[in-house]
Design a protein. Structure first.
Length: 486
């Protein structure tokens, strides 16, 4: 028995030792990860803003590092491929790039720090601070692309929003979660109107995207329009015209993603983007640079796919959540309302406010053309009485403008048309209603009351109009002779 026990001990000891080594090896394998193989490539061609690389593999939208001068890498994004070639476009400066420079793919995604620490800050298109207030310390980062909301899960637009502009509140009522466009040529007052809505709109958070505009406007917008009080609840994303086109695209997506984050927290967000046209032009630069054929007036088809992808991210969230009320400025080149970008935006947005150069040149501000403007959600958020008052206003305004030339040269004879006579008497009041000073906020209730007051003005009769024009004694209009006067 002793011999048998002595023979079994070495076998048992060896088994225990092997088991211990196996456990140690398993733990070591868990702690040691094999280095990820990164296949680097090199540049073969660079024309304009586009770089071509071979030898590496990366997905469209991936971030790559291109070896630059003095060992500083330049970040670029994959925007397309053809066979073994990758098309890259830098997000920054391209000076100093040499032939056969190394191209290193990365596994990083474009993301942004989110949280309340963003309030009062100014970011560039990459999410880096521009205001000199130090880095943004956040524990949560989200990718700049977000999931699409199920259309059936969106909360309907049923609540009016006070934007502080009398003409919009009364005649083009906007609801929470609505997406509106400001259509105008250059120098007609888009930015000033945006600034007025920024100061006077009742929103929990304001997100401003200054995309592709003049660099000097960034500081002016922050200091002169937002001010300290406005910046306390605002986030500004600025990607001016001298940024790379990819960075301008990122700036628009970044501003939208920040607005989405605050909406998901149950807050009411006001998103102002100036401008949607510059966003489309940035996509055009990218698409044409990689060889996409132009379609409508030089715009490739991808431009008209990108616009709804960006705009549809705004609006109301899931039922019971927050909202994003968005205003996008659209630059109509040459005041052409049939511009392809303006036409595409008009079809996808929930309404549009057209600014008239003729009114602006006449000193009429805000230069809102109420005949060409519309709010598609107005019938859902206003009373029948409000809608009827707005309809009468537009009828008077349109009738006078249609007959303005005849009236101005004296060819129209008062009494020829009762509706035109009423429009002539009401036009000075209508014009005064539409005018508003930059520092003159008008609330929603006051706007509606002013519109109802207009309906109660007692108009003059055709005989009185003739008397005023010809020096005849004035006569009193009998009560009830004017069907439109209350």
């Amino acid at each position: 028995m002793a011999k048998q026990k002595k023979c079994n001990n070495p076998i048992s000891a060896n088994a225990n030792r092997d088991a211990r080594w196996a456990r140690r090896l398993a733990r070591a394998r868990q702690q040691v990860e094999a280095p990820k193989l990164v296949v680097e490539g090199h540049l073969t061609r660079m024309v304009g803003l586009t770089m071509e690389a071979v030898g590496c593999h990366a997905a469209v939208g991936a971030r790559c590092l291109v070896e630059g001068p003095d060992g500083e890498d330049i970040e670029a994004e994959v925007v397309g491929f053809s066979g073994e070639k990758l098309f890259l476009m830098p997000t920054g400066r391209m000076q100093g790039i040499v032939p056969n420079a190394r191209v290193i793919p990365t596994d990083r995604v474009y993301d942004v720090a989110v949280g309340n620490m963003l309030l009062g800050r100014v970011l560039d298109g990459a999410g880096n601070p521009l205001d000199g207030k130090g880095p943004i310390c956040a524990t949560e980062r989200v990718p700049i692309s977000a999931r699409a909301i199920n259309p059936l899960a969106r909360h309907p637009i049923c609540e009016k929003l006070d934007v502080g502009i009398r003409a919009i509140n009364a005649l083009l009522s906007v609801g929470r979660g609505q997406r509106m466009g400001l259509f105008a040529g250059s120098g007609v007052g888009k930015s000033v109107l945006l600034g007025m809505m920024t100061r006077y709109t009742n929103a929990d958070v304001i997100v401003v995207g200054l995309i592709g505009e003049r660099g000097r406007e960034v500081k002016e917008f922050i200091e002169n329009i937002l001010g300290d009080e406005g910046m306390a609840r605002a986030v500004v994303v600025a990607s001016p015209a001298d940024d790379a086109p990819v960075l301008r695209l990122h700036g628009a997506n970044l501003a939208t993603r920040i607005a989405e984050y605050f909406r998901d927290q149950g807050l009411n967000v006001l998103l102002l983007m100036d401008s949607l046209t510059r966003y489309a032009q940035a996509q055009r630069e990218v698409a044409l640079a990689i060889g996409e054929p132009p379609a409508t007036k030089g715009y490739p088809p991808s431009v008209f796919a990108k616009i709804p992808q960006l705009v549809e991210r705004a609006g109301n969230g899931d039922t019971g959540g927050g909202s994003i009320t968005a205003f996008y400025t659209v630059l109509t080149e040459g005041d052409d309302q049939q511009d392809p970008i303006a036409d595409a935006a008009r079809a996808i947005l929930d309404g549009h406010v057209v600014l008239s150069r003729e009114l602006a040149e006449a000193g009429h501000y805000p230069a809102i053309d109420v005949e060409a403007s519309i709010s598609r959600a107005m019938t859902e958020i206003t009373t029948p009485e409000h809608q009827e008052a707005a309809r009468r206003f537009k009828q008077w305004y349109s009738l006078y403008r249609q007959n303005r030339d005849l009236i101005s040269v004296g060819a129209y004879q008062p009494g020829s048309d009762a509706l035109v006579d009423e429009a002539m008497g009401m036009f000075p009041h209508l014009t005064e209603f539409l005018r508003q000073g930059i520092h003159e906020p008008v609330g929603l209730a006051d706007s509606i009351n002013a519109l109802e007051t207009l309906q109660q003005i007692e108009l003059v009769s055709p005989a009185q109009v003739a008397a005023l024009q010809g020096g005849m004694p004035q006569q009193t209009l009998p009560v009830g002779a004017n069907p439109y006067a209350k």
